[in-house]
Design a protein around this ligand. Structure first.
Ligand code: F3S
Length: 425
């Protein structure tokens, strides 16, 4: 690794022992991936993945205390992933006890540490920090040190920023010293596509299903997607929402950190097929392939035909556009089903700032009357415990399906279930 004189001085301890250790960790981490230099982080804000005060993460609290005590705090403010608890989300007495007394016992303490480390504000808890309402939206070409996989893939692909898929602590360390190792998705070569994905479906593919199919095929490689622009049109709010959900599925069902969509995402719009690596392989996706992927998902509920107890929508957090569209769909669906309330307890999750904007609209009250709860929670953190392991939860999030026992349904099937209580055969 070749360091600049300034980086070398940091490594030698001019900014204190702790920062020197942080620099050394980053240098070693970079060398493991073949990085030959460190580059400066240029984004205004950082985003951290660790937002939860889980009892078992004691070493993180000790590390954070040490960083705070020694003044080794980043000058870069940051947002973090969503909070793990919200009293408005339905939970049994036992669940509440487990959350408060066994799992997230350090939440308040941890949030105080985040304040000292430089969290943007009390509302900066969301995985969709890049939304306009939240304001942590990097520009094309900016270098980041983020780790939330759904946010990294969005920033790289839809915004054209440059970020590797780091771990939560490496992400924080990068932000403390202001540099990250230069490799992978930070380089032009690392942003070349090793896969051509041909979309040959007869209708607009379900974002979460398409992302899942591509993620499972290409794993950590970069895909270049052809034929999706026909269904997406331009990079407007609806397309951004689509790509948010699509990207999260590629990143969680595989390990994709960047994708290019021909004619849509910034680098693909500017460079076109010059982004293809030599010998790129091809994967064609038609209706039958999407059905095959859907049918391959295991259902790990104890009782396969159990009646769903809860429906979670919004992993990653829903956009404003999505909250409005879903409100309209639910109100219409309930009217057609001659019902006033949803048939399954349903939680929509979104960033606090997006919820505040939604609360200004007429749909907020109307949705509340149907029984749908809008929350800032992370559904995964709610479900990530043995009590939820046996709970029949449904979702159209392929990330939530992958990491928990939640069962995946398409958006249309979810709508039918929550408005009528069943799915049309
Ligand atoms: Fe966001 Fe939590 Fe899903 S962080 S992407 S809502 S797992």
């Amino acid at each position: 690794m070749k360091l600049t004189p300034e980086q070398q001085r940091i490594l030698e301890g001019t900014k204190g022992k702790t920062i020197a250790k942080v620099m050394e960790t980053l240098v070693r981490y970079g060398e493991l991936f073949g990085a030959e230099s460190m580059v400066e982080i240029t984004s205004k804000y950082n985003h951290l993945v660790t937002s939860f005060g889980l009892k078992g993460l004691a070493s993180i609290y000790t590390l954070f205390d040490q960083l705070i005590e020694e003044g080794a705090v980043s000058k870069q403010q940051f947002s973090v992933d969503p909070r793990p608890m919200d009293p408005n989300v339905p939970s049994s007495l036992l669940q509440k006890l487990v959350f408060k007394k066994l799992m997230y016992t350090k939440q308040e303490e941890y949030e105080r540490q985040l304040e000292q480390l430089g969290i943007l504000n009390d509302k900066a808890y969301t995985c969709t920090c890049y939304m306009d309402e939240v304001g942590n939206t990097p520009k094309q070409g900016e270098i980041l040190s983020w780790s939330e996989s759904s946010a990294v893939v969005y920033a790289n692909s839809v915004l054209g920023a440059r970020c590797n898929r780091n771990s939560g602590i490496i992400d924080l360390m990068g932000s403390i010293v202001g540099y990250v190792p230069n490799f992978g998705l930070l380089t032009d070569q690392g942003r070349k596509a090793k896969w051509i994905i041909e979309i040959r479906t007869s209708k607009k593919p379900e974002a979460q299903l398409l992302g899942s199919a591509i993620g499972m095929k290409v794993m950590e490689d970069v895909p270049y997607i052809i034929g999706l622009d026909k269904w997406l049109g331009t990079l407007d709010d609806q397309t951004k929402t689509y790509l948010k959900d699509f990207g999260a599925a590629t990143a969680s069902n595989g390990a994709v950190g960047l994708y290019h969509v021909e004619g849509i995402t910034p680098e693909a719009a500017q460079q076109g097929r010059a982004l293809l690596a030599e010998d790129a392989k091809t994967y064609a996706i038609d209706d039958a392939e999407l059905q095959r992927v859907y049918d391959s998902y295991p259902v790990i509920w104890k009782k396969q035909d159990a009646k769903p107890k809860l429906c979670f929508m919004g992993c990653p957090h829903m956009s404003y556009e999505q909250l409005i569209t879903w409100s309209r769909r639910i109100l219409k669906g309930l009217k057609e089903a001659k019902r006033t309330k949803v048939a399954i307890p349903t939680v929509f999750t979104a960033a606090p700032q997006v919820i505040a904007r939604f609360n200004e609209t007429k749909y907020s009250k109307a949705l509340k009357k149907t029984g749908v709860i809008v929350s800032y929670i992370c559904p995964l953190m709610y479900m990530n415990n043995p009590l939820c392991g046996s709970m029949p939860v449904i979702t159209s999030s392929n990330k939530l399906r992958t990491y928990t026992s939640a069962r995946y349904y398409t958006d249309e099937e979810i709508l039918q279930q929550i408005t009528t209580g069943g799915i049309k055969a």
